[in-house]
Design a protein around this ligand. Structure first.
Ligand SMILES: Cc1ncc(COP(=O)(O)O)c(C=O)c1O
Length: 413
């Protein structure tokens, strides 16, 4: 076969709007005004400043939640959620094999064991039957990821949580303002966790926030993110083990301005994703993403697939061929189930200890095998990823569709 990536006249010669820089990010005057105020007042610490607190209040109001706690990253948000739950060590937490390490590392840092359930082939979210098959007497949490902005099957997952008395934590790092049957993701489980890293719908470079309606979880979360210190009394009383995950005012200044923009960002992405779907779905062999019935996707990325029998290219070759047209398409997202990464395969945790896997309190032998989650392997083999940006113009969408169409036509069987 000739290399599909060579000798092509590109559809697109300039970059698409991109989340890595201002071409695809909505940072502007309000962020600058707020940042200037922080510097001019000299109040960069959240206690004494006003922006982090304002960010928490605005975010809680937007989500319709009682409490929001600002944190330093999405990873720290998940860690704080688990710290708030206060599980014993060597317990199990069920989560998804297609996610960022930020979902999984906090489980290990709380000295618990990540257990991976398989995914739904159509939606790439946790498969409730697979979660149930993984539940044991040690299961202490289910951490749901609304992958790419697609809400997970929350009715079934919350029902499992209720049946087995296991809290559900929602990882919404990729899913701002996505809705499941009218409910915002992050508002249905015990705690919702968000990231403000550079590529997320709203960003402050890095940052995070959690939401909950539970007073006790909120109290513990605040303390966990501030070294267990309630900041009062004559002596410093550190009540329980926590870390410093406090957001600072510079970050808060940007984050609070971003809250006001995220609805518009998500609406634009919805409009753009729908336009891409409408036009790609008429190309034979292109499988456009389904949105779960009754749900609103928020399109962190635009995942799609190709019909294996329709083209003379593998999915990976298809991605390379479209990328050669000047429209970057990724293949396989994280490339392998996260349980195949070195940390989990080699149990590379604390020195040579292999804790918590080797912990006597755990008392089980666990080795993650590739075939643990067959749907996940199939999804990763076939998954193609286009960007979905709030600042795409009609011309950008036209170029994306033209590039995919050109490759599809050139390599149709
Ligand atoms: C699903 C998911 N969970 C957790 C994280 C971790 O967020 P952060 O990078 O802000 O620590 C990310 C970020 O990439 C993510 O996409």
């Amino acid at each position: 076969m000739s290399d599909p990536a060579v000798n092509v006249e590109k559809v697109r010669t300039t970059p698409l709007p991109n989340v890595s820089d201002i071409s695809g990010r909505m940072f502007g005057e309000q962020e600058l005004v707020n940042l200037t105020e922080v510097i001019q007042t000299g109040k960069l610490f959240r206690f004494g400043g006003k922006f982090v607190q304002q960010f928490e209040e605005d975010f809680a109001a937007m989500m319709g939640m009682k409490h929001a706690v600002a944190i330093t990253s999405g990873t720290a948000a998940i860690h704080t959620a688990l710290g708030a739950l206060n599980c014993d060590v060597a317990q199990e937490m069920i989560t998804t094999p297609i996610t960022d390490m930020g979902t999984v590392a906090p489980i290990l840092l709380q000295n618990c064991i990540p257990i991976f359930a398989d995914l739904e082939l159509d939606y790439f979210d946790l498969l409730p039957e697979s979660i149930e098959s993984r539940i044991t007497e040690k299961t202490q949490a289910i951490i749901v990821v609304h992958l790419f902005g697609q809400p997970a099957n929350m009715d079934a997952i919350l029902a499992l949580g209720k049946k087995y008395k296991i809290p559900v934590i929602e990882d919404c790092c990729q899913a701002y303002l996505a809705k499941y049957k009218g409910n915002l993701v992050g508002t249905m489980g015990a705690i919702g966790c968000f990231s403000l890293q550079q590529s997320k719908h709203m960003s402050s470079g890095d940052g995070g926030i959690i939401v909950t309606n539970d007073d006790e979880l909120a109290r513990r979360a605040r303390l966990f993110a501030d070294k267990g210190w309630p900041r009062g009394g004559d002596v410093r009383q550190y009540g329980f083990l926590g870390l410093n995950y406090r957001m600072n005012e510079l970050t808060g200044a940007v984050a609070v301005a971003q809250v006001g923009k995220v609805e518009g960002i998500v609406n634009n992405r919805r409009r753009n994703a729908e336009a891409i779907t409408e036009r790609l779905s008429s190309i034979p062999g292109i499988i456009t993403p389904k949105v779960r019935e009754g749900c609103e996707h928020s399109w962190w990325l635009y995942p799609f697939m190709i019909d294996d029998d329709a083209f003379s290219l593998t999915p990976k070759e298809f991605a390379a061929a479209v990328s050669a047209q000047g429209v970057g398409v990724g293949h396989g997202y994280i490339g392998q189930p996260i349980y195949m990464c070195q940390i989990l395969q080699e149990k590379a945790t604390y020195g040579k200890s292999q804790c918590p896997f080797s912990c006597p309190h755990y008392g089980k032998e666990l080795n993650y095998m590739p075939e643990d989650c067959p749907n996940t392997l199939e999804i990763l083999r076939r998954l193609l990823i286009l960007p979905c940006n709030e600042l795409f113009t009609e011309k950008d969408i036209d170029d994306i569709v033209t590039a995919v169409t050109k490759v599809a036509k050139a390599h149709a069987k």
